[in-house]
Design a protein around this ligand. Sequence first.
Ligand code: DP6
Length: 374
Amino acid sequence: MKIVTCIAPVNIAVIKYWGKRDNELILPINDSISSTLDANQMCAKTTIMASPNFLDNKLWLNGQEENFDQPRLKNCLKEIKKRIYTDESKENIVNWNIHICSENNFPTAAGLASSAAGYACLVFALAKLYNIEGDISGLARRGSGSACRSIYGGWVKWCKGEAADGSDSLAVQLAPPSHWADMRVIILVVNESRKKHSSTNAMKTSMSTSTLLTTRAETIVPARISDMEAAIKAKDFAKFADLTMRDSNQFHAICLDTYPPCFYLNEVSRSIIEFVHEYNDFKESTQVAYTYDAGPNACLYTLENNVSELLAVIDEVFPTNAAREEYIKGIPVKTIQLSQDVRQKFSSLKNSRDLLKYIIVTKVGEGPQMLSNT
Ligand code: DP6
């Protein structure tokens, strides 16, 4: 019996991936850039057991047994097996059945990039189990496109690649987490139960119906990618924030241009967008950026020295009845009292109570880690 346990982080794109040139190989129509989030706050944890005595393969996700015969899981395993170096003289664990047990350390209700962390973790753990060397981002990509970026920590670019077989559609690290050490990420989990359309299906519909999508991929994203790389390299927050917010808005504009349209943002998401612009105007400099994936939850980027005030203002604008310890999870934040003028300014934007479920404060973090291998 061999047992491997690993964790892998979530990533949040600042230049979004949306649209595939090959659905089977999961090849995107544009490059994308993300930050990998600290696994202490949010991660997938996967244990894989391989044994010559297991009668079949099994899979459990968040404590529930699931069907092992899923096309994406099968594709990942098929590609992984091609990379295994087999030594005929040794017992060959490739032929053993496996049991996979995976869970998230954050509530799945958050609907945040759980498939990216999940597939990155699965592929990383399988690579450890079978001693696979070299880049494994192309293997994670076969599980879910965005998962390839969770294979690396820090700031990561997924290069769309040109080859028809996808061999150059891989993720690369642009900068480690230490590069922009005071960058913080605040996730506002919006109270909402409605189920979103899956990214995979919505992306397919966008590909066949949105006339804006190819214009975005061909004429807008390439310049945005190089501007974003430069902003990250120079730690230019204002430029970074501007690109991040514009790209999120453009992605959701494409969702509206999809026919029938996909609505991922709701009233609360939109009031957060308005609030961020008001806040930046009030501060007379860009201090916060928002970005939204295929769901209503906001992901805010800001620098460490703004976090306490920003959370106090968020509390003014989106008040809650919940106790602070229950409501603000993750990296501890010092509580501050807002000055009278700041309170007054934002009291006019006050919403009704409990529009947010909770808040996660996190930062840019490392890639997957192996916890044990026995
Ligand atoms: C909006 O990676 O979930 O989060 O490749 O079909 O599994 P599949 O899609 P997925 O799409 C993520 C889309 C996004 C943007 C992004 O993460 O870049």
